[in-house]
Write a new protein. Structure first.
Length: 396
């Protein structure tokens, strides 16, 4: 079996990849910026190595990764986070004869450009939110704040901004009125532009997940977000497998193939609760946080990716168990904690959001369809490591 390096061992998606490939007999190695990562603590990880931060020091990260690859005689590297993907794809010449089952760097950057993506998507019959593009801080200063329709989402055009020597990670923020928008725009430096002032779509998040290799669709899956952290919108902490919207899937695949896509991708939509229309939010061309749900439902994307990239032509997997739910344990606790501690305005939750009492009651509900994401009694250490870290973080 091949020797595989999975980066960013503190990511839940890394753990899902490690568990998937380890169970199949691959020799899996992890690396991260912490000595005790959740993926590295899995019994399916042969080694766990400390490496530099791919966001703040990509040059050192590549040096560390190349050293690790040589040491474990790696056949495949699977970068997980966007900074790691960009660092690896930008330095393939320093990782010779090692397979990285992704597209090239320029294609990855294009698919990650939210402004360009949302400009093109309507050509494929895909709904996109109304938005105003701000290309520079000068545009922000000249913007008539009273002409903006509130509430508004302030979304950087890219999740990672700057060059390889000066990168920063950017996040989405909300503004309920002109004063809040003015305050939030002041916080962004020039590296964050272009910024998108986007119509806020209220409704459930729906993800469509695909694997395309050599032009063939080898895996498809869909989920619906039930709860997120932060509560107003972020990573999903409770989600369920969702019946595939075949029309939306077809449009999503056409959009991806515009760039000759190769590999895994998550196409994220928000479904307007009033109209039922799905609005495109973004595309992530890498493994996603809720990957374990897809695997538990019957679509093992890591296996399919490794087999396809090795030329083994796996049989496509396009059906799955729609009765499966997945709960990220400590993420859901964090959702509850924030909901109980902060007011609606502080959290920027929309009207009609579950009350504090309703949130508590929902949290206490349980059904047999729900699987815990991290806690697996056959592989307990990742949950113990994450638990210690959660209590350390909450204490600061």
């Amino acid at each position: 079996m091949q020797s595989v390096i999975v980066t960013d061992g503190d990511q839940r998606s890394s753990l899902a990849v490690v568990r998937s490939l380890g169970k199949l007999g691959y020799t899996v190695h992890t690396c991260s910026t912490s000595r005790h990562s959740i993926a590295g603590s899995s019994k399916y990880a042969q080694t766990s190595t400390l490496v530099a931060d791919s966001l703040n020091n990509p040059e050192a990260f590549i040096k560390d990764l190349a050293k690790l690859a040589q040491m474990v005689k790696a056949d495949v590297i699977i970068p997980i986070t966007e900074p790691s993907v960009m660092a690896v794809l930008g330095n393939l010449d320093r990782l010779p004869e090692i397979k990285v089952p992704f597209v090239d760097l320029e294609t990855f950057k294009k698919i990650s450009d939210k402004a360009e993506l949302l400009r093109i998507a309507p050509e494929y019959g895909i709904y996109t939110p109304e938005q105003i593009s701000l290309n520079s801080s000068e545009d922000s200063k000249s913007l008539d704040l009273n002409c903006v329709k509130y509430p508004v989402v302030i979304k950087p055009g890219r999740s990672i901004a700057g060059n390889s020597e000066n990168r920063t990670k950017l996040s989405v923020v909300h503004a309920a009125n002109a004063n809040e928008l003015d305050e939030e725009l002041e916080k962004f430096d020039e590296r964050a532009y272009p910024l998108l002032l986007q119509q806020r779509i209220v409704g459930p998040g729906v993800g469509i997940f695909v694997l395309i290799w050599d032009g063939e669709v080898l895996g498809t899956f869909s989920h619906r977000r039930i709860r997120e952290h932060p509560p107003a919108g972020g990573v999903s902490v409770l989600r369920e497998a969702h019946p595939m919207d075949n029309d939306l899937l077809e449009k999503s695949i056409k959009l991806l193939t515009r760039w000759g896509w190769q590999g895994v991708a998550m196409i994220e939509y928000k479904v307007d609760e009033n109209t039922g229309k799905p609005y495109l939010m973004e595309i992530n061309g890498r493994f996603w946080g809720s990957l374990q749900l897809a695997i538990d439902s019957g679509v093992d994307f890591p296996r399919l990716l490794l087999e396809a990239s090795s030329g083994n032509h796996p049989k496509p997997v396009t059906s799955y168990d729609v009765n499966t739910k997945s709960r990220w344990e400590w993420g859901d606790v964090s959702h509850l904690y924030m909901r109980l501690r902060y007011s609606d305005s502080e959290l920027s939750v929309p009207k009609g959001f579950p009350s504090k009492l309703k949130t508590l009651l929902n949290f206490l509900k349980w059904d047999s369809k729900t699987r815990l994401e991290i806690l697996r009694f056959s592989d307990l250490r990742p949950f113990l490591v994450e638990s210690v870290r959660w209590f350390q973080d909450i204490g600061h």
